[in-house]
Design a protein around this ligand. Structure first.
Ligand SMILES: [Zn+2]
Length: 117
């Protein structure tokens, strides 16, 4: 890409900035609403308890701990990580991944990564 093309692309992105930021914020809000609704209606496959909003909070905490641990173990490295656990059953600790297209959960395939967190 030439220098002029890069400059034009940068100007276009800056002009569109007030448009795409709200679009990103709204789409993230829609995602969170779908996640919460799915968690409120999904029964744990291990114990039968409804996951509920607490399961999302537990998964967020576990993920934050996991990421903090990764950054401590790899200081200064740029990490590219895909989140695999979106809900943790408050009763039995079973972990689930959110499948947004189907608006449901499936058992997480996270190995033992979050178990240490
Ligand atoms: Zn459970």
């Amino acid at each position: 890409m030439t220098g002029l093309a890069l400059k034009v692309l940068l100007v276009v992105l800056l002009i569109l900035f007030p448009i795409w930021i709200p679009i990103v914020a709204i789409s993230h809000g829609i995602y969170l609403r779908r996640l919460r609704r799915a968690a409120s209606a999904f029964a744990c496959l291990s114990c039968g308890e409804l996951l509920g909003l607490e399961s999302i909070r537990l998964a967020d905490e576990a993920w934050a701990d996991y990421m903090r641990q990764l950054h401590e173990q790899n200081p200064g490295m740029l990490l590219q990580v895909v989140r695999s656990v979106h809900a943790i059953c408050p009763k039995c600790g079973a972990r689930y991944s959110f499948i947004e297209g189907e608006r449901t959960f499936a058992p997480a395939n996270d190995g033992a990564a979050l178990a240490k967190a």
